[in-house]
Design a protein around this ligand. Structure first.
Ligand code: SF4
Length: 236
């Protein structure tokens, strides 16, 4: 007798993930990486600087950094104190300066001054973890090596019921299972935009959210209790 297949929770989650990806694509068709850059090397340097720092702040210091050190060879030959002075306002400037210079030296010595194009090679560079490698390989080269999981993606994917994990690598694994590879790069960009514009960490603007119909709002109180009395009455 043929067996009737019932949709599993995993299937439901996959369907929801695809609907979310489609809605995000409609809402944020032009979402791009917010870090200003003209080439893959600049994007890598800016992403290293973005640790524990806003993209806006990074964009304020990178023009001077890139003007003085336009190539990996120039940055590799830089002085630690000079780089520290330029990037000081991004925080953790000593460690970041060491990483930037180490990254540039490794590019020159091990990769002929070019960025490598695999995740395994990228994460050998100083200051480059999985997230940074995925950002650069996805944005600069269009290579979907993984799904970028930053603080916005981490928070939103839990609210959207796409993962129960809190470890970024496990979240990335969950998203890679739910989404086709063709969505990996843009999904993160768009979700990060959404986290900044609508699904704010302090107060998600659910009533205005284009994902409201498909979002289970995991961990948030029911929407009606958040609305002002007058709005509650008019919604009956
Ligand atoms: S409905 Fe609310 S919790 Fe869900 S994504 Fe939108 S703003 Fe965030």
């Amino acid at each position: 007798m043929p067996q009737i297949k019932h949709a599993s929770r995993g299937d439901d989650r996959k369907q929801r993930a695809l609907k979310i990806a489609r809605q995000l694509a409609k809402t944020y068709a032009d979402a791009e990486c917010a870090l200003k850059h003209d080439n893959p090397f600049q994007l890598l340097a800016a992403t290293i600087l973005s640790a524990q720092c806003t993209d806006e702040r990074v964009n304020m210091v990178t023009p001077a950094l890139f003007a003085k050190y336009p190539t990996p060879a120039a940055l590799a030959a830089s002085k630690q104190a000079d780089v520290e002075r330029i990037i000081q306002s991004t925080g953790f400037f000593r460690a970041k300066s060491t990483n930037l210079r180490g990254m540039a030296q490794a590019l020159v010595e091990q990769f002929g001054g070019e960025l490598p194009r695999t995740l395994d090679e990228m994460v050998t560079l100083p200051g480059v973890g999985r997230k940074t490698a995925n950002v650069v390989l996805g944005t600069a080269f269009g290579l979907p090596t993984g799904v970028v999981v930053d603080t916005h993606v981490k928070r939103l994917t839990r609210l959207l019921g796409l993962t129960k994990n809190i470890d970024p690598v496990k979240i990335e694994h969950d998203l890679a299972e739910l989404l086709p590879k063709s969505e990996w790069i843009n999904f993160s960009h768009r979700l990060i935009h959404h986290g900044r514009r609508i699904c704010n960490a302090r107060k998600p603007n659910c009533p205005e959210c284009p994902l409201l119909k498909i979002c289970p709002r995991v961990g948030l109180p029911p929407l009606s209790t958040e609305l002002p009395r007058s709005t509650r009455r008019s919604n009956r």
